[in-house]
Design a protein around this ligand. Structure first.
Ligand code: AGP
Length: 607
């Protein structure tokens, strides 16, 4: 996730900004840059790679000035390169910006500006610099306010102009910015971490607000340029707490980020009027897409579970035969592939050795190979001939949570896109997107039950085995819930498709084996309900994930976690969250090292 830091005061800005960038490193980044202003002249330097590479690039140049801004970039639009790194300048080299977020209408804006402006990067952010330049008539705050009215999307943006060395302008819409109140100096940053060595008094910008930071004061305005009064908060956090934004673990923070990063994953990728999606990175023409006769997902661990959901979704929505395979098996199997087989390699890190080997094997055999990857510029992203970034931002906890939901989010959009090119009607596509529209709000509703899930976890923490059950598209959800519990609590658990119980697993049921069952209202509800009743009859405690309003659920379970209703294809996006929370709370109650569980690594780069 990109990071921003800005400073105005009486001290030499560059060392403060460089230190700020280092404190933002935990967010993950692929390039960095800095700009300062002295005597009407802008210093600006950018570099791919670590902050040290930027420091080296700056070398003996001495960036002067007591005002400046800096950025760490996690690429979204445009590859990882120096020209795409921030800060971005407009044409006349007087104006410089750093930007977090995504400008959704940047293509249209760029097309309009292209006749009179020279673009030097592939980013959506640079468009904003040129837009502000167009609006600039000697007052930077007015220019920013006017330019932002033309923008659709999200931004946390900080702007500096060579003719206005006495102020920095910052604005927020959907991408956080916090202002640090020092003595005669002010800071602005994407989170509080870079500010903490200098001040713990902060003001959080809200969406639609513009801040003007001067050496003696900070003023905040709304987009209509009316003054807004804000409270100052005193932060008690230390560094690590600040990085976790007040959450006790990165895993919990990442679970709670799911509604936001889900929006990032789907933003600009839906076409409601055509009832379809468009994932440009696929690099396939419509005839090539229609010729796909088989889809194969290869992945490991959590990413494999996302692929299993993909199988259900692709066969249901796109009517294309689909398989999913653990990458470590695929790579050594004599898999039959041809030029009409589309292989998706799914990976958070983009570096998983087995998934990478599967990519190479599939390419060697002539399949079409694409990536569904989180880390921009990672090996799998580079070695596939296209694909889609899931935009989950850096995931630091070893147990994958937000990357999983974003993998599913992207796969579902692919299923829709392929479906609409084949059998799916406009009405069915629109119905899907209609249900899709409020998924992030529904995710927030699920997260509101965190305390209730914590109470339930307390009641079950002493058990040594658990069984997770699901059916249909919720079977992979059960598998994922079970994996989460195993990896962070070290408690044994298994997951089964509930219809399979009679064929052996029923023998395990009894008071010592609690069962978590996903029993939401879909086409398999009645079947699942019978399975749950059978489990209960054999003495196991039952925790249900059930649909809000299901009044029968309490009667057949010991505990119920309710989730909002949605269409079946989208259920995994909601149903997984309580299971992540359950695993988290059980693990913390047992005193486990939740973010760094024993024997596991975040990125498995060896076989
Ligand atoms: C998830 O919680 C795990 N830590 C693990 O299964 C992970 O999903 C797997 O190693 C694949 O990683 P990748 O997504 O980076 O390829």
């Amino acid at each position: 996730m990109c990071g921003i830091v800005g400073y105005i005061g009486t001290r030499h800005a560059a060392p403060l900004l460089m230190q700020g960038l280092r404190r933002l490193e935990y967010r993950g980044y692929d390039s960095a840059g800095i700009a300062t202003l002295e005597n009407g002249s802008l210093f600006c330097e950018r570099s791919v790679g670590h902050i040290d590479a930027l420091k080296e690039k700056i070398g003996d140049q001495r960036p002067e000035g007591t005002i400046g801004l800096a950025h760490t970039r996690w690429a979204t639009h445009g590859g990882v390169s120096e020209k795409n790194a921030h800060p971005h300048r407009a044409c006349n080299d007087s104006l410089v910006i750093v930007h977090n977020g995504i400008i959704e209408n940047y293509r249209e804006l760029r097309a309009e500006l292209q006749a009179t402006h020279t673009f030097t990067s592939d980013t959506d952010s640079e468009v904003l610099a040129h837009l502000i330049e167009v609006e600039y008539q000697g007052d930077l705050r007015h220019a920013v306010a006017r330019a932002l009215k033309k923008v659709r999307g999200t931004y946390g943006v900080v702007v500096m102009h060579a003719s206005e060395p006495e102020r920095l302008i910052a604005a927020r819409m959907g991408s956080p910015l916090v202002i640090g109140m020092g003595k005669g100096e002010y800071f602005v940053a994407s989170d509080a971490t870079p500010l903490l060595p200098y001040t713990k008094d902060v003001t959080y910008l809200d969406d639609g607000e513009i801040a003007e930071l001067r050496r003696g004061e900070v003023r905040i305005y709304d987009l209509l340029e009316q003054s807004v009064q804000k409270n100052i908060h005193h932060i008690e956090w230390d560094d690590e707490q600040a990085q976790k934004q007040g959450y006790s673990h990165f895993m919990l923070k990442e679970i709670f980020e799911q509604p936001i990063v889900f929006r990032d994953a789907v933003r600009g990728r839906k076409i409601p009027e055509e009832g379809t999606a468009y994932l440009g990175g696929l690099n396939m023409s419509e005839p090539q897409m229609r010729a796909v006769s088989r889809v194969l997902f290869v992945a490991c661990g959590t990413a494999y579970h996302a692929g299993m959901i993909g199988k259900y979704a692709f066969e249901r929505l796109a009517r294309i035969p689909c398989e999913v395979e653990v990458a470590s098996e695929f790579r050594y199997r004599d898999c039959v592939l041809d030029e009409n087989t589309l292989v998706f390699a799914i990976s958070q890190s983009g570096e998983t050795a087995d998934t990478l080997a599967a990519v190479r094997e599939a390419r060697r055999k002539g399949a079409i190979v694409r990536g569904i990857v989180n880390v921009v510029g990672s090996t799998i992203a580079r070695e596939t001939d296209g694909g889609t970034y899931i935009h989950a931002g850096p995931e630091l906890a070893v147990a994958s949570t937000k990357a999983f939901t974003n993998m599913v989010a992207v796969i579902l959009l692919y299923a829709l896109q392929f479906g609409r090119l084949k059998h799916m009607s406009l009405a069915a596509g629109q119905e899907f997107l209609q249900a899709h529209f409020d998924i992030s709000t529904k995710m927030e509703e699920v997260l509101q039950q965190n305390d209730e899930v914590a109470r339930i976890a307390q009641r079950y923490v002493h058990y040594r085995d658990f069984l997770f059950l699901g059916r249909g598209i919720n079977y992979p959800v059960a598998l994922e819930g079970s994996l989460k519990l195993k990896e962070i609590s070290y408690i044994h658990s298994e997951a089964y498709p509930a219809g399979e119980m009679k064929h052996g697993v029923n023998a395990l049921l009894g008071p010592e084996l609690p069962v978590l069952a996903v029993m939401t209202k879909n086409q398999l509800y009645e079947k699942m309900r019978s399975n749950v009743e059978e489990v209960r009859a054999r003495g196991s405690k039952v925790i249900l994930i059930a649909t809000e309003g299901d009044t029968d659920a309490r009667a057949i379970a010991d505990d119920v976690i309710f989730v909002p209703q949605t269409i079946e294809a989208l259920e995994p996006l909601l149903n997984t969250i309580p299971l992540q929370l359950f695993a988290y709370h059980v693990a913390t109650l047992l005193g486990r090292d939740v973010d760094r569980p024993r024997n596991l690594a975040k990125s498995v780069t060896v076989e």
